[in-house]
Design a protein around this ligand. Structure first.
Ligand SMILES: NC(=O)c1ccc[n+]([C@@H]2O[C@H](COP(=O)([O-])OP(=O)(O)OC[C@H]3O[C@@H](n4cnc5c(N)ncnc54)[C@H](O)[C@@H]3O)[C@@H](O)[C@H]2O)c1
Length: 382
C-alpha cells in the first residue's frame, strides 16, 4: 500500500525528525522505539510498512531539508551518523517539498494546495496521501458564520476576505483532493462544522488534535489514578520550559492560549471538576528541542489530610512526537483504506484534545485503540 505522507510544516523539527526517522527505519539504521504501531498488540497487515511511506510537504520557509536535519543533529536531537548516511534519501525528499502557496484569493490558495497533493499522488503512483499538520501553532480564529455551513464557506472562500486560518485551509484542500487529514497541532484544522460536512461529503476520515507527548501524557495517566482512588485533587500547577521553533511560536500570547487550553482539558474531563492552578509555557531558547515540565499536585485524602505529588519531565519534544506522526499516518491510511469516514475518535490515545474523545484516560484510550486496530487487521485479512 504505497502511502503518501504530506507534512504541512515540512521543514520544522517534528516533520524533519519524522522523515529522518522513517528513512532510518527503512534503511535498518534505527529501531522503532516510540512507534506504537510496532508493538505486538498493534502490528499487522492493515498498516502500510515504513518502506511504503513516501514523503512530501509544504512550508513557508525554504531551509533545505538536509540542512535542517544537520542542525537537529548538531542540537543532539538526531544522531549525526544517521543523518550523514541518509544524505541521498533526504535530497530526494527535498525535491518533493513545495512552498506554501501565497498570494491570490483564499480559494486560489486552497486550489494550489489541492493541486500539489494530486500531483504528488500521481507522480509517485500512491494509493492514497495522508496530510498531517505539523506546522506552527496558530491562535484560535475569529468565529465566522461560514465556519458552520459548507455552502456558505464555499461562497466565502471565493471572496477576498480570509475566513479560514491556514490549518483549516489545508484541511479544506486535503478533503478537496480526496486526502484524509490529521492535525498534530492545537490549531483549528478540520475542527469546524463546515469542514466536517466536507469530509463527510467526500467520504474521508480525519483525526486530531495536538499530539500528546509530555506533561499531558503524564497527566492522562495520573489524573485517572486520583479519580479511581477517590482522592480530591485540590490544585494542579504546571510550568513548561521549551525552546526550538515551537517554543518561539508559543511565546506569542494567542498561540500560547490555544496550547494551554488544549493541555488543561484532560483534568476537568477526567476528574469531573477543575482543580485550582494553571499550566504555563515559557520560552527558553537555550533549551532548544528539549522540554522541562514541573508539576505540583496537591490533594486531600481521608478526613481531609493534605498531601502532594511533584514530577519533573525532561523530554526531547521532536523525538517523542515523530514516531507518533508516523503511527498516525499509518493508522489513518489504514482507516481510509477500510472505508472509515468522519472523526477517528479511536485515535484519542495520541492527542491532548482528541476530537469527540470518548475518554481522556490513557489506559481506556489504549483499549479503544487496540480494538480499532484489531478491526482494521481483521478487515485487511479478509
Ligand atoms: N514536539 C512535540 O512534542 C509536539 C507535541 C504536540 C504538538 N506539537 C506541535 O507540532 C507543531 C510543530 O512543532 P515543531 O517543534 O516542529 O515546530 P517548528 O517551529 O520547528 O516547525 C513548524 C514549521 O511550520 C512551518 N510553518 C509555519 N506556518 C506555516 C504555514 N502556514 N504553512 C506551512 N508551513 C508553515 C514553519 O516554517 C516551520 O518550519 C507545533 O504546532 C507544535 O505545537 C509538537
Amino acid at each position: 500500500m504505497r502511502t503518501g505522507v504530506w507534512l504541512v510544516g515540512a521543514r520544522g523539527s517534528v516533520a524533519t525528525t519524522s522523515m529522518v526517522g522513517a528513512l532510518a527505519l527503512r534503511a535498518g539504521l534505527a529501531e522503532p522505539t516510540g512507534c506504537v504501531t510496532e508493538l505486538p498488540e498493534l502490528r499487522g497487515p492493515a498498516l502500510p510498512s515504513f518502506a511504503d511511506l513516501v514523503f512530501g510537504g509544504h512550508d513557508v520557509v525554504a531551509t533545505p531539508l538536509p540542512k535542517r536535519a544537520e542542525a537537529l543533529a548538531a542540537a543532539g536531537v538526531l544522531p549525526g551518523r544517521v543523518v550523514d548516511a541518509l544524505a541521498g534519501e533526504l535530497a530526494e525528499v527535498e525535491a518533493a517539498l513545495r512552498p506554501a502557496p501565497t498570494g491570490g484569493s483564499p480559494a486560489e490558495r486552497v486550489a494550489a494546495v489541492a493541486r500539489d497533493l494530486s500531483e504528488f499522488r500521481h507522480r509517485h503512483a500512491l494509493d492514497r496521501v495522508v496530510v498531517v499538520n505539523v506546522s506552527a501553532t496558530e491562535p484560535a480564529p475569529e468565529p465566522h458564520p461560514a465556519h458552520h455551513d459548507l455552502a456558505a464557506l464555499r461562497g466565502a472562500l471565493a471572496g477576498p476576505a480570509e475566513v479560514l486560518p491556514p490549518s483549516s485551509r489545508y484541511a479544506y484542500a486535503a478533503f478537496t483532493a480526496g486526502c484524509p487529514y490529521v492535525d498534530f497541532t492545537p490549531s483549528t484544522g478540520a475542527r469546524l462544522p463546515a469542514l466536517a460536512a466536507l469530509a463527510e461529503e467526500r467520504g474521508l476520515p480525519y483525526a486530531g488534535h495536538d499530539g500528546k507527548t509530555g506533561e499531558t501524557l503524564v497527566k492522562s495517566v495520573l489524573a485517572p489514578m486520583f479519580a479511581m482512588r477517590h482522592l480530591a485533587v485540590r490544585s494542579w500547577s504546571g510550568v513548561n520550559l521549551l525552546g526550538g521553533g515551537d517554543g518561539a511560536t508559543l511565546a506569542e500570547p494567542a498561540a500560547n492560549a490555544a496550547k494551554v487550553a488544549s493541555k488543561q482539558r484532560v483534568l476537568g474531563e477526567t476528574l469531573g471538576y477543575v482543580p485550582e492552578g494553571d499550566t504555563r509555557i515559557d520560552h527558553v531558547a537555550e533549551l532548544g528541542d528539549f522540554k522541562t515540565a514541573w508539576d505540583l499536585v496537591t490533594f486531600a485524602g481521608f478526613l481531609g489530610t493534605g498531601m502532594r505529588l511533584e514530577f519533573t519531565w525532561h523530554g526531547c519534544d521532536s523525538a517523542l512526537a515523530a514516531p507518533l506522526v508516523l503511527d498516525l499516518a499509518r493508522l489513518t491510511a489504514a482507516a481510509h483504506a477500510a472505508g472509515r469516514t468522519g472523526p477517528l475518535t479511536e485515535l484519542a490515545f495520541f492527542f491532548k484534545d482528541g476530537i469527540d474523545a470518548p475518554t481522556h484516560a490513557l489506559a481506556e484510550q489504549w483499549t479503544l485503540l487496540r480494538e480499532f486496530v484489531a478491526g482494521l487487521h481483521a478487515g485487511a485479512g479478509r
